[in-house]
Design a protein around this ligand. Sequence first.
Ligand code: HEC
Length: 150
Amino acid sequence: MMNSQSGFALALLGAASVALGGAITARAQAPAGSVWAGVYTAEQAERGKAAYAGECASCHGATLAGIDVAPALVGAGFLNNWNNTSAGDLFTRIKETMPLSAPGSLGGRTVSDIEAYLFQANGFPTGEIALPPSAPLMAGVKIVAQKPAQ
Ligand code: HEC
């Protein structure tokens, strides 16, 4: 049985971790907007390119054009599949189902680096802030296939 004092201490601990979690989230959250706003950095895409070569290229091809049943991850077909979804949706798809040979084996940072590389390969511009390493933090970033008119 928990006495009221330890219950109070636990409640305090809970409040502190919620406050801390809130602060971390606020700092790391990708700004809401579309992939055309510059939602990853050039260095991140560079790291992602190396990770892609090791984890994905064997099936999806060195040029991301796809091989046999593994679809292209660049171009109109790919963009059409993901149009009007979010960067978080694509992150979750990769994190939970890829590499097909070892789903769930990649950490969040590696997945977001690879996603940055996919964004670069699909012509979305680089920006000042890296794509964050978890789906909820990039849920506000919309994937829009067509570049909006300026
Ligand atoms: C062993 C082969 C294999 C590897 C390695 C692999 N994939 Fe795939 N991937 C597939 C196949 C096959 C499909 C289509 C069937 C499916 O969705 O399961 C697919 C589908 C996808 C899709 C969905 C494409 C769309 O347009 O809907 C994405 C995104 C993707 N892979 C990304 C990746 C990334 C990123 C990696 C590396 C981390 C990776 N894959 C590694 C075989 C692979």
